[in-house]
Design a protein around this ligand. Sequence first.
Ligand code: SF4
Length: 279
Amino acid sequence: MKAEINLSKGRTIFHGMNTRSGTIFDIKRFAVHDGPGIRTTVFFKGCPLNCWWCHNPESQNPESEPILLPNVADTEIVGKTVSISELMEEIRKDIIFYDESGGGVTVSGGEPLMQPEFLETLLTYSNKEKIHTAIDTTGFGPLEVIKSLVGKIKLYLYDLKFINDEKHQVYTGVSNTSIIKNLKYLDSMKETVIIRIPIIPGVTDTKTNIKDLGTFISSSLQTIDKVNILPYNRLGEGKYPRLNRPYRFANQLATPSDKELNRIKNEFETYGLGVQIGG
Ligand code: SF4
């Protein structure tokens, strides 16, 4: 292993440890809604879910794919393979901002758990270089993968949509069994988890669903009690025709009002949870 010492704060930077690579579709620098401080968010490509409201439909296919450019009869390729060295080089660019703001790197997607080896390598490098690590995950995947990540991730932003499995299957295409099992495991390990609930009007914000979620979090989890509610937005709608896919909520839903979001926040708070609107 070849290592260099970065004299700033005695941080060690590792080069040439391996050449493993993964597929990503975006990197967002100076992100402020994906965990504490200023962060670099890396978007892994590939998601096992197919949520009706997904605003990153280009994240779902694990392979790189063509997408039409907006307002032009031409395509570009979304998704690229990057080596861990290339990715760490990009992440290191903002180390000074992470240090000053308490930020770091957030791995998002798509679903990062779909590329477990690359994810683990990225976390290992980041931890060795003292870069704070967070993951934005659906929690869908084998428990063994979740177990292998414990101790390597400082903060989990964990999506939860429905407790009712039939509804989960209808609106996401998969069962929530592993999602709930994995969340209970992280809870038992006392990992730092914030649950993120997408507020989709008439779908996830029903009285029954809020009651199911509130009851589950407050009574089946021992240590996790923080919830972010994320309002539906239509930002991704225009990408569907560019990917030649149907958008199942086309012209049906509006972004929830502040009043409505506050009502939902208050409902969750009745379960003793710490609730924040937005991420
Ligand atoms: S889990 Fe997220 S990325 Fe995956 S389909 Fe649902 S909204 Fe899209």
